[in-house]
Structures are given as structure tokens and as C-alpha cells.
Design a protein around this ligand. Structure first.
Ligand SMILES: NC(=O)c1ccc[n+]([C@@H]2O[C@H](COP(=O)([O-])OP(=O)(O)OC[C@H]3O[C@@H](n4cnc5c(N)ncnc54)[C@H](OP(=O)(O)O)[C@@H]3O)[C@@H](O)[C@H]2O)c1
Length: 321
């Protein structure tokens, strides 16, 4: 296990996961990419050097991602084994992990996933496999299923590995307590834990705990969601922070690049989303410079402990309360 040693694979640094597989430290997030822009975005990203893509059944675009990947393989742009593809099981499918996984594989036109994540530690009322509904009850509150223990969900995840459908399995949006619990009951340890973290929501204890126990922390929302979360959730954005802007000026880099470089230097993988070629390129170029210890400390000091991604705003309850 070498979470601290970033190796080289096709010029993209990778981390060796506890499963023994390599994961590129930068991935392209695919949430909120429009169906009609996905194909070009993915093909351009591959041309730029992206080898890691973060999907989810809930994004409802796995079939479009699958179409883009099929074209990339067919035209010889890249080989399957050179890519690292993640997807996630949605809350409403916790009782049907293997079926949900097979459904995602079919849409993605793949015969295995590199990484399958439990999207949230929150089973909800099932509808149909892959429908990814967030059904509300009569009270207009998310219909949470209290009959499925997370250990059962995890046993389903382990089955996807033993069936050869998935190489590595992991968690998403689990806090320290739930991560610890999973480490205690799992036969196959979670290789990755994906959670929101960026300079305004640093979560050092969770990062430290994961690294100590061989679980690679992956920063979702590594730019704090930037303009997208300001628009969708009314969040504040670290990209507007004056100290980060000063650091960016000092290095001649963008604030987004400073956020991503800080994320990598603190040993988290990062999966920024962009649909713009120039920004996708900019977000990869963070591999070309280093922040000094002093500037890492400046960024460490601006934490606002502020979550910016708040999908539960439509669920009638705050799942983090
Ligand atoms: N597991 C989970 O529950 C969960 C939750 C949230 C996100 N995620 C994953 O994490 C990925 C990233 O999170 P996110 O998309 O919410 O937020 P993010 O990557 O932090 O921010 C995306 C926003 O930043 C903008 N942006 C990208 N690069 C930029 C740059 N260089 N300069 C300025 N703005 C830039 C994008 O706009 P443009 O597209 O216009 O460039 C978009 O508005 C998602 O796509 C998804 O794959 C997972």
C-alpha cells in the first residue's frame, strides 16, 4: 500500500490502492455535464491526458458516457485498460447491489468497473433498478429505508468484486464513524472514500483517518463547486477567497489550480468537473508546480468548515444534521 507514493503511469501520477490497482490522482468529474456535451467532453479529456472518469448512476448519463468510451476504444484513442472508470450505486438500490452494478456496466458498455462506490450511507425506498429516485413520503420528506444495515450493502459490494464485475470498492459521503464501522465489518476493505473537501471544507480528521487506515481520500467538489454550487445551492466559493487569490498571483496560477494542487499535496485524489477544454487543461497542469510548505499553511488556515454541495435541500431534511 503506498498512498504516500505517487507513481507514474502514462505521465499521470497514480496511487496504489489497497486492492493493488492504480488510480490516477486527477479524474474528471461528470456530474452536471449535459447529455449533449458528454461525448465531446470525454473524448477531448482523453486527448488532454485524463484517464480517470467519475460517473454515478444518479447522474443519469452512464449510457452517454458508455457511448463516448465505446468510440474512444473503437477509434484507438485509448485502450480500456488505460482508463479508470468509477461509478456509484444510488440510495434506492442498496438492496440490489449486484443488479445495480450490472445495470451500470451495461449502460457504460463495460465488462468491469475500476471502482464502485456506495454513493451515500443512506438506503432509501427502492423504485426500479437504476431509476435512482429520491422518493419522498406523504410528509414530503425523503423516504429513508431503515431496514437495510450498511453492512448488508457492503456485502453486496464485496460480491461485485468476487463476481469479477468490479476491481475496487469504496465509500462516498461516509463520515469518520461510519468509515470506521465499515473497516470493522468489511472482508474487502474500502479502497477509496470520496467526500467533499476543498480549502473551505478541509475535514483534516477524516483525511488523516483515511490515510492512516489505507483508504484513499478522494476530494469531490474540490473547487467547492465554484459557480455551479453558488447557482444551485447559494454556496460560497473558495475561488473568491482573497488569500487564495494572493497565493495564485504569487505562482502565476489560477485559484482553481491552487485548490487542486493543495488537494494533491495533502494526499487526496481530486476529481474537478469542467466542460471547457481550457479549464480541463488548466486543471491537469497542476501536476507541473508545487506549493511551498508556507503556502500550504496559508491555505490550511482559511478553512471555513463549510459544506457547499447540498443535494439534500430537495429531500425535505438535512442528512448532515
Ligand atoms: N460522491 C458525491 O456525492 C459527489 C458529490 C458532488 C460531486 N461529486 C463528483 O465530484 C465532481 C466534482 O464536483 P462538482 O462538479 O460538484 O464541483 P467542482 O469540480 O468543485 O466544481 C465544478 C465547477 O467549477 C467550474 N470549474 C472547473 N474548472 C475550473 C477552473 N479551472 N476555473 C474556474 N472554474 C472552474 C466548473 O464550471 P465549467 O464546467 O463551466 O468549467 C463548475 O462550475 C463531480 O462532477 C462528481 O463527479 C461527487
Amino acid at each position: 500500500m503506498s498512498l504516500r507514493e505517487f507513481g507514474e503511469l502514462e505521465n499521470m501520477p497514480t496511487v496504489t490502492l489497497s486492492s493493488g490497482y492504480e488510480m490516477p490522482v486527477i479524474g474528471l468529474g461528470l456530474w452536471r455535464l449535459e447529455k449533449n456535451e458528454l461525448k465531446d467532453t470525454i473524448l477531448n479529456a482523453i486527448k488532454l491526458g485524463y484517464r480517470h472518469f467519475d460517473c454515478a448512476a444518479h447522474y443519469k448519463t452512464e449510457a452517454d458516457v458508455g457511448e463516448a468510451l465505446a468510440e474512444a476504444f473503437k477509434t484507438g484513442l485509448v485502450k480500456r485498460e488505460e482508463l479508470f472508470i468509477t461509478t456509484k450505486i444510488w440510495n434506492s438500490d442498496h438492496g440490489y447491489v449486484v443488479e445495480a452494478c450490472k445495470n451500470s456496466l451495461k449502460k457504460l458498455r463495460l465488462d468491469y468497473l475500476d471502482l464502485y462506490l456506495v454513493h451515500y450511507p443512506l438506503p432509501t425506498r427502492h423504485n426500479a433498478i437504476g431509476q435512482t429516485a429520491s422518493l419522498l413520503g406523504k410528509d414530503k420528506v425523503l423516504d429513508i429505508d431503515v431496514t437495510i444495515p450498511l453492512q448488508q450493502t457492503w456485502e453486496g459490494m464485496e460480491r461485485t468484486v468476487s463476481l469479477g464485475l468490479v476491481r475496487s470498492i469504496g465509500l462516498s459521503n461516509y463520515d469518520l464513524f461510519l468509515t470506521r464501522d465499515c473497516l470493522a465489518y468489511s472482508k474487502i476493505k474500502p479502497a477509496v472514500s470520496q467526500f467533499e473537501t476543498h480549502p473551505y471544507f478541509q475535514r483534516n480528521s477524516l483525511v488523516k483517518f483515511c490515510l492512516k487506515h489505507g483508504v484513499l481520500p478522494t476530494a469531490h467538489t474540490p473547487l467547492g463547486g465554484a459557480a455551479a454550487n453558488k447557482d444551485m445551492f447559494g454556496s460560497i466559493s473558495p475561488l473568491d477567497d482573497p488569500d487564495l487569490n494572493d497565493v495564485a498571483k504569487k505562482y502565476g496560477k489560477s485559484v482553481a489550480q491552487i485548490c487542486l494542487r493543495w488537494g494533491i499535496q495533502r494526499k487526496t485524489a481530486v476529481i474537478p468537473k469542467s466542460s471547457k477544454i481550457q479549464r480541463m487543461k488548466e486543471n491537469l497542469e497542476v501536476l507541473e508546480f508545487q506549493l511551498s510548505h508556507e503556502d500550504m499553511e496559508v491555505i490550511n488556515s482559511i478553512d471555513r468548515k463549510c459544506r457547499t454541495s447540498l443535494p439534500s435541500k430537495t429531500w425535505g431534511l438535512d442528512v448532515y444534521a
